[in-house]
Design a protein around this ligand. Structure first.
Ligand SMILES: [Zn+2]
Length: 310
């Protein structure tokens, strides 16, 4: 089946300083690896549109969106720090609108049945962005903007969001906790940044905290036991993924020991559930992943599994 690969050059114009790990080079590393692995020729490329104020404020406080618009620096070389590790450069607002817009286009494409799946190769990432708060390198919650679009615009009854980034998806939880149209599953290193995820009692949230040094065996066991039965019972009409690859063994951001094969495995499980429940509709949004070599390899493998081999 054909897969949309959605990105935009303006996603590279968001720069948080020379030593910040969330760099434009992350997207270059992915593109290079996609070409080297031959995956580049197997996907259909799309430019990410700009998410509108209306689309963003389905999940974000309007005053928060306006605050970001006003905080954006007007000149090159300036940074406005919104959070301890999260800054806006001149190009940030547009990059963030493109990142959220990618997820909107992805949902529209899979709902049109022109393509079954989509990967949003964008930055800044989104899953730490809460309803009214930027943090953890995130401004707009891309996957949440897409999910809300599927629920409101396409009138889908149920959307599952699966987050295998090494950090808890606190923003996605903040936005959708208690909304029974959404099932949110997150696996993450704990205790670790951002410190959330161990105490949520919302019935539509499945948090799976895992200790540092978690490897593929433990990760797979947790996903098989905690995620897969819940997703299967939920019978989502659309599966969305917060695809962070910072749990890779070569990624210094955290202390998980996952490999490409583990990300391939979890993607295959989710693809199979999409075949079973959601007419193969699956949308994946890039989150973390900071070791450039590992990130390129992981995304290439992930995209290969999203295409599916059925
Ligand atoms: Zn992360």
């Amino acid at each position: 089946m054909n897969l949309a690969f959605i990105s935009h050059n303006e996603c590279q114009d968001h720069r948080m300083g020379a030593h910040h790990p969330e760099t434009p080079e992350r997207l270059h590393a992915i593109t290079d690896r996609m070409i080297a692995s031959g995956m580049e020729t197997l996907v259909t490329h799309y430019d990410a549109p700009v998410a509108t104020f209306e689309q963003l404020t389905r999940v974000h406080d309007p005053d928060y969106v306006r605050m970001l618009e006003e905080a954006a620096p007007q000149a090159d070389g300036l940074l406005t720090w919104i959070d301890g590790d999260t800054a806006m450069s001149r190009g940030t607002l547009q990059a963030a609108r493109r990142s959220a817009g990618a997820s909107i286009l992805a949902v529209d494409l899979v709902m049109s049945d022109r393509l079954h799946g989509a990967f949003c190769c964008v930055r800044p990432p989104g899953h730490h962005a809460e309803r009214a708060r930027a943090m953890g390198f995130c401004f707009f919650n891309n996957v949440a903007v897409g999910a809300a679009h599927a629920l409101e615009e396409h009138r889908l009854e149920r959307v599952a969001i699966l987050d295998f980034d090494v950090h808890h998806g606190n923003g996605t939880e903040d936005i959708f906790k208690g909304d029974e149209r959404v099932l949110f599953c997150s696996s993450f290193q704990h205790p670790f940044y951002p410190g959330t995820g161990a105490d949520c009692d919302a019935t539509n949230v499945v948090n799976v905290p895992l200790p540092k040094y978690t490897g593929g065996k433990e990760f797979k066991a947790a996903v098989e036991e905690r995620w897969l039965p819940r997703i299967d019972a939920f019978a989502p009409k659309l599966i969305m993924i917060s695809a962070g690859f910072d749990g890779h063994a070569e990624d210094d951001m955290a202390q998980f020991n996952l490999r490409e094969s583990d990300y391939a495995w979890v993607t295959r499980q989710l693809h199979e559930l999409a075949v079973k429940h959601s007419r193969e509709r699956i949308v994946s949004c890039l989150e973390g992943g900071y070791d450039l070599s590992a990130l390129g390899r992981c995304v290439s493998t992930h995209v290969d599994e999203l295409i599916g081999h059925a």
